[in-house]
Design a protein around this ligand. Structure first.
Ligand SMILES: Cc1cc2nc3c(=O)[nH]c(=O)nc-3n(C[C@H](O)[C@H](O)[C@H](O)COP(=O)(O)OP(=O)(O)OC[C@H]3O[C@@H](n4cnc5c(N)ncnc54)[C@H](O)[C@@H]3O)c2cc1C
Length: 462
């Protein structure tokens, strides 16, 4: 382990550690910048940092030796895109657009029916993890599941079998401090693959510099796209809004049932799973939730496509000219690194994935709404908050030169809604309405508008 300038030669703190000691991770000095990635918990060699109920880290000052590792791996307070690009791709660049550095783009699905049916999209992430496991390239996979005793809480765990990977399938739109699992990896032999969100990948890339030995245990990072996570209290509030007691459920599904899925409570008794609102995942629900439950740090995140993973996986939302989804139960895959390239080659050769190469098809290179959220709205927010004296992450990316007044107004309104969403009575009232049957006309209106947009486009082309 390296020597810290804050420690004496025998590994003791030179000065008493306090919560504002400069070498600690950002959570202890500026909680609102903490991404709750779990990096500081996972890297601490003394086990001095644990997770609180709200998934923020808690530091035992008596155990801290001032080694500074937690601060070095923390992705909350600083992300330097140029340095990360140099580290991962060997080239210094700050911004290559929303998708980042991409070698090849595919659309496809897992050939294993259980992976495909149970997946958020085409089950590609789970198929890739299983491929690595069964071919002996890794001994375990860093994934998520709902806690068995408290199924409304998502948690990270290390899957080592097909059945455990099946349990991990699907998206949990909730904060899961994945990198807290690094602490387990310290004690385990072998190699591991991680399916993680962009902030967690940033932390992992920092780990490669701060503790290369520990980082070498993770040779593959499968990155999920991320439009922003949601506060963990979403699940309990949705249950209470629908009059469901926590102890009645054995599972909470964010995208259960037929693709693209719907938020559902799965009961311990033989009642059928109950949808918790009337729109499916895509036609409204996720947007409602992100407008009220997105944590503060996610609101200032600029990386939606997991730019520094080996491969990134997203939903494949591309529509045909009639506005229908072109690829149901599919995922979109971006290959970024040599390790990613080798992984996909071997998974395809083994028959684990069915892929179509869409690298040259421009309709796959955009995620329109996320491009706007991450490319212009979030940088505007960072700049505005900084000018107002609020703590913001330190980035080398700035507001694009061509941002419009409309985008500034949109950012302001979005931020105001999220701020209001921190007030529980307001949040419950808005969510109560949006997820009730009274919102059905709203959902129908949205769908009608979308259909009309595509019909107009088609007519204009004809
Ligand atoms: C918070 C969040 C926001 C997302 N936002 C977008 C978006 O805006 N646009 C988009 O195209 N895609 C987004 N995704 C990714 C998308 O939902 C799918 O995960 C992705 O398309 C892979 O689908 P799949 O069927 O291949 O994965 P599956 O085979 O179903 O595997 C899903 C994997 O995701 C892991 N996972 C689930 N929840 C979490 C979590 N909270 N933290 C870390 N890992 C998790 C599981 O452990 C599993 O390994 C988001 C995912 C999450 C978790």
């Amino acid at each position: 382990m390296k020597n810290s300038p804050y420690q004496s030669a025998d590994g003791k703190p030179l000065q008493p550690v306090t919560l504002d000691s400069p070498f600690l991770s950002v959570a202890f000095g500026a909680k609102e910048l903490c991404a709750r990635s779990g990096c500081c918990v996972g890297v601490c060699p003394e086990g001095a940092i644990t997770l609180g109920d709200d998934k923020y880290p808690v530091l035992d000052l008596k155990k801290c030796t001032a080694c500074g590792l937690c601060g070095e791996v923390c992705p909350g307070g600083e992300v330097k895109y140029g340095e990360l690009a140099e580290q991962v791709f060997g080239e210094h660049f700050v911004d290559r657009g929303f998708d980042g550095q991409v070698e090849k783009t595919f659309v496809g699905y897992a050939t294993d029916e259980r992976f495909r049916k149970g997946g958020a999209g085409g089950g590609m992430v789970t198929a890739l993890l299983h491929h690595l496991l069964k071919t002996g390239q890794v001994d375990g996979c860093l994934v998520t599941r709902m806690n068995h005793e408290k199924p409304w809480r998502a948690e990270p765990f290390i899957a080592t079998s097909y059945e455990e990977l099946c349990e991990s399938q699907g998206s949990r739109y909730s904060i899961v401090p994945m990198n807290a699992l690094w602490a387990d990896l310290r004690k385990r032999e072998g190699k591991f693959a991680a399916a993680i969100l962009p902030c967690q990948t940033h932390g992992f890339r920092k780990l490669q510099k701060a503790d290369p030995e520990l980082a070498a245990k993770i040779p593959y990072v499968i990155g999920l796209f991320c439009g922003g996570s949601l506060e963990p209290n979403l699940t309990t509030e949705m249950l209470s809004m629908r009059g469901i007691k926590k102890d009645e459920i054995k599972d909470f599904q964010f995208r259960g049932g037929d693709w693209p899925g719907q938020m559902r409570a799965v009961f311990k008794d033989d009642r059928p799973p109950k949808p918790l609102h009337y729109s499916n995942y895509k036609d409204g629900a996720y947007n409602y939730f992100t407008s009220l439950y997105m944590p503060e740090r996610c609101q200032t995140c600029l990386d939606g496509s997991n730019e520094f993973s080996d491969v990134s996986v997203s939903d494949a939302w591309t529509r045909n000219e009639d506005g229908e989804y072109k690829f149901k139960e599919h995922s979109r895959l971006l290959i970024r690194t040599g390790a990613g390239q080798a992984l996909i080659k071997s998974a395809v050769e083994n028959g684990d994935l069915e892929l179509v190469d869409v690298t040259k098809d421009p309709s796959y290179s955009t995620h329109k709404m996320q491009t706007k959220r991450k490319g212009s709205l979030a940088p505007i927010r960072v700049e505005r908050w900084k000018n107002a004296g609020r703590p913001v992450p330190d980035y080398d990316r700035t507001v694009p030169a061509d941002v419009t007044r409309k985008e500034r107004v949109t950012e302001f309104l979005g931020s105001s809604m999220l701020r209001a969403g921190r007030c529980k009575p307001f949040r419950m009232a808005v969510m109560g309405f949006l997820t009730s049957k009274y919102a059905i006309p709203l959902i129908k209106f949205r769908l009608w508008r979308k259909k009309r947009k595509y019909a107009k486009r088609k007519a204009a082309k004809a």
